[in-house]
Design a protein around this ligand. Structure first.
Ligand code: ITT
Length: 212
């Protein structure tokens, strides 16, 4: 069973592909680098949902697909950068975040990393959302050489994500937790439906005719 994953971020693809290979061997992730507009909405859930709706409404992709939006929420900064994580990373980066946190100690360094997957089954149905979150803290300085983005400054149980290999990060990460929910749902609800749909699509048949 193939599922299309839309993202411009190759690191996300590697993490997702590893997870699918380890936990759901009959699911193959097909990466599509479709650059949809980065929506500036005030919740990660809304960004994921509306991005999927944008692609659905454009009818840019006719098979089932999923995408995700992720964000780092720093508690002492009232959830900043949250849905603005991509813009903040591209402008002030990890050094800028560390500067904002200079006077923060102990509990004040708490942060949560969150991923929301939006799974779009068809152009006619609303996307289904799957959320995963990991609590941690902002490290005092960048540590580690693995991963990407905010990984060197996001610490969980004494190690930053950048100090963990991909497999180790996937075990505890926001993305790993959210994607396991996607996999469970797909395996439970969609296996037969996917077979039928992909078969119809390949044969150029209407799904309704195919069901009859
Ligand atoms: P797509 O929207 O095309 O999927 P993106 O890199 O723009 O790719 P996001 O908007 O979800 O993805 O990411 C917001 C920012 O957070 C961006 O700078 C990412 O590099 C960073 N980020 C996302 N997931 C991360 C993770 O697991 N570890 C560290 N940084 C991450």
């Amino acid at each position: 069973m193939e599922i299309v994953f839309i993202t411009t971020n190759k690191n996300k693809v590697k993490e997702i592909t590893d997870l699918a290979a380890a936990e759901a061997k009959d699911i193959t992730i097909v990466h599509l680098d479709y650059d949809y507009p980065e929506l500036q909405l005030d919740e990660i859930e809304s960004v994921a949902r509306e991005s999927a709706n944008y692609i659905r409404e454009k009818r840019a992709i006719k098979t089932p697909f999923f995408l995700e939006d992720s964000g780092l929420l720093i508690h002492a900064l009232k959830g900043f950068p949250g849905p603005f994580s991509a813009f903040v990373f591209d402008t002030i980066g990890n050094e800028g975040i560390l500067k904002l946190m200079t006077d923060k100690r102990g509990e004040e360094r708490k942060a949560t990393f969150k991923t929301v997957f939006a799974f779009s089954e068809s152009v006619n149905t609303a996307p289904r959302l799957f959320v995963g979150a990991t609590d941690g803290r902002i490290a005092e300085k960048r540590r580690g050489a693995e991963g990407f983005g905010y990984d060197p400054i996001f610490e969980v149980e004494g190690k930053t994500f950048a100090e963990r290999g991909r497999e180790e990060k996937n075990e505890v990460s926001h993305r790993g937790r959210a994607f396991r929910k996607v996999l469970n749902w797909v395996l439970l609800h969609l296996r037969d439906f996917f077979r039928l749909k992909i078969g119809c699509y390949m044969a150029g048949l209407d799904i309704k005719l195919c069901r009859a």
